[in-house]
Design a protein around this ligand. Structure first.
Ligand SMILES: NC(=O)c1ccc[n+]([C@@H]2O[C@H](COP(=O)([O-])OP(=O)(O)OC[C@H]3O[C@@H](n4cnc5c(N)ncnc54)[C@H](O)[C@@H]3O)[C@@H](O)[C@H]2O)c1
Length: 285
């Protein structure tokens, strides 16, 4: 009987050479991460630093950024803190210039900053629409453009990796989330457009579409106005989300940052224009 799982070449397949495993390393790389004051962006900054990158961290939350810089230092990394409002193009350009000033190049740029607001379509206000589109869509767009311009002009022609963050919400319609979902679906398609446009310059553009991940963004669902935690609401919420996954779990920020590390590193050198979905199987494209 033929063993279909083991071809002749499989039987003698050697261990990966150390230099292949090293492709997950970011040693010597410069990585810009927006939305890095907390949640997934903070975890990405720590993970990238642990993988060897010098990180440039940006957010509107300056206190949070300082906290992230301390956590990066605690794993032996170095972080440059650049307060940034990603919805403002000038602010994003200033972030890119600060990264270039500090390090002379940018290898990885992760557009993580995002906001969410819940409202039925008939009650969304112009302010809601402008704010969510402003951060999630414009913010990603300006970051992508600034990063690609710098990477394409690199005299060493090293290319680079740009990572956008979309959402399972961009794949699956849900009531009261129309604006957020719309922006995330737009970012997914922007990712594909940019991959086509920048591929010839050696720049890869991919997205991570997280499923439900325990961060400040979702913790608001069980945090009372006085800042205390409603444990019952937390258990109910987490239980409901976990039940949607074939794995029966929700995600931690590191589940997202490790997916981002793969896309940031040379391990994914043949991957571009893709949406990677660490979502516990809640949605299968
Ligand atoms: N947590 C989840 O379940 C989940 C699921 C899918 C997608 N996401 C996406 O992941 C990304 C990170 O979310 P998170 O869960 O870590 O949320 P979070 O709220 O913990 O982090 C988002 C960060 O973005 C920052 N930010 C907001 N507006 C900004 C602006 N104008 N300029 C710069 N920074 C700004 C916030 O200050 C915050 O630090 C977001 O894009 C979010 O939409 C999260």
């Amino acid at each position: 009987m033929t063993d279909h799982n083991t071809s002749a070449s499989d039987a003698s397949r050697p261990a990966l050479a150390p230099e292949l495993i090293e492709q997950f390393s970011l040693a010597g790389r410069i990585a810009v991460i927006t939305g890095a004051a907390g949640g997934i962006g903070r975890q990405a900054a720590i993970t990238f630093a642990q993988a060897g990158a010098d990180v440039v961290i940006a957010d509107v939350g300056v206190e949070g950024l300082r906290g992230t810089a301390e956590l990066v230092a605690a794993v032996g990394g170095s972080a440059t803190v650049v307060p940034t409002d990603v919805s403002n193009r000038d602010s994003v350009e200033a972030l890119a210039a600060a990264a270039l000033d500090a390090h002379g190049r940018i290898d990885v740029w992760a557009n993580v900053a995002g906001i969410i607001r819940y409202a039925p379509i008939t009650e969304v206000t112009p302010d809601d629409l402008a704010a969510i589109v402003g951060v999630n869509q414009f913010g990603t767009y300006w970051g992508l453009a600034a990063a690609a311009r710098i990477m394409a002009a690199d005299p060493g022609k090293r290319g680079g990796s740009i990572i956008n963050i979309t959402s399972a919400g961009g794949d699956m319609p849900a009531p009261t989330l129309s604006v957020y979902a719309m922006t995330k679906a737009a970012v997914a398609h922007l990712t594909r457009c940019a991959a086509v446009e920048f591929g010839p310059s050696g720049i890869r553009v991919n997205a991570v579409a997280p499923g439900f991940t325990d961060t400040p963004m979702v913790q608001r669902n069980w945090t009372r106005a006085d800042g205390s935690i409603d444990e019952e609401a937390r258990a109910r919420f987490m239980g409901m989300r976990a039940a949607q996954s074939p794995l029966g779990t929700t995600a931690e920020p590191e589940d997202q940052s490790l997916a981002m590390l793969y896309l940031a590193s040379d391990a994914s050198k043949f991957v571009t224009g893709q949406i990677l979905r660490p979502n516990g199987g809640v949605y299968m494209a």
